[in-house]
Design a protein around this ligand. Structure first.
Ligand SMILES: [Zn+2]
Length: 153
């Protein structure tokens, strides 16, 4: 974990909170460029856009690629509040992201170390450094609060 990781995770958490406005599961992601500035942001927007692929990570990668004018993000870090699913892990590999920072692990569907580990598969020629558990409690609380309130409703 680097000094900046916690600060960037706070940005991802703030981004994730934006999903609450449309009753989307609050997951947020930011892409950090080579200079250390945030170049892409995304929050889960499946409900907002009626799109099953509108996960925070995919939207943040698209946002960063648009901002930088290139699909290859091999000098960027993706910071996300929840361990990526299989689709997002695939997108991270396709974008050539070298470093992934995640908050809460997802023991049910996580694909970067929990259920699967698609970003460190020896059969792929691109592998990702994974830093897990950054502000894990805050990231997990964001989700448990959301699902807790829904159960009560
Ligand atoms: Zn995903």
């Amino acid at each position: 974990m680097r000094e900046d990781d916690a600060r960037l995770m706070r940005e991802a958490i703030a981004e994730g909170r934006l999903a609450l406005a449309t009753e989307d599961v609050p997951v947020g992601a930011v892409v950090v460029g080579p200079g250390g500035a945030v170049v892409g942001r995304g929050h889960n927007a499946r409900e907002a856009t009626a799109d099953p692929t509108a996960h925070a990570e995919v939207l943040a990668l698209r946002d960063a690629a648009r901002a930088l004018g290139r699909w290859r993000l091999d000098d960027c870090t993706l910071v996300v509040t929840l361990e990526p699913c299989a689709m997002c892990a695939g997108a991270i590999v396709l974008a050539r992201i070298p470093r992934l920072v995640l908050g809460a692990w997802d023991p049910k569907a996580g694909a970067t170390g929990s259920v699967h580990d698609l970003v460190r598969d020896r059969r792929l020629n691109h592998r990702v450094e994974v830093v897990g558990g950054v502000l894990e409690d805050e990231c997990a609380t964001l989700l448990t609060d959301f699902f807790g309130e829904r159960r009560e409703a």
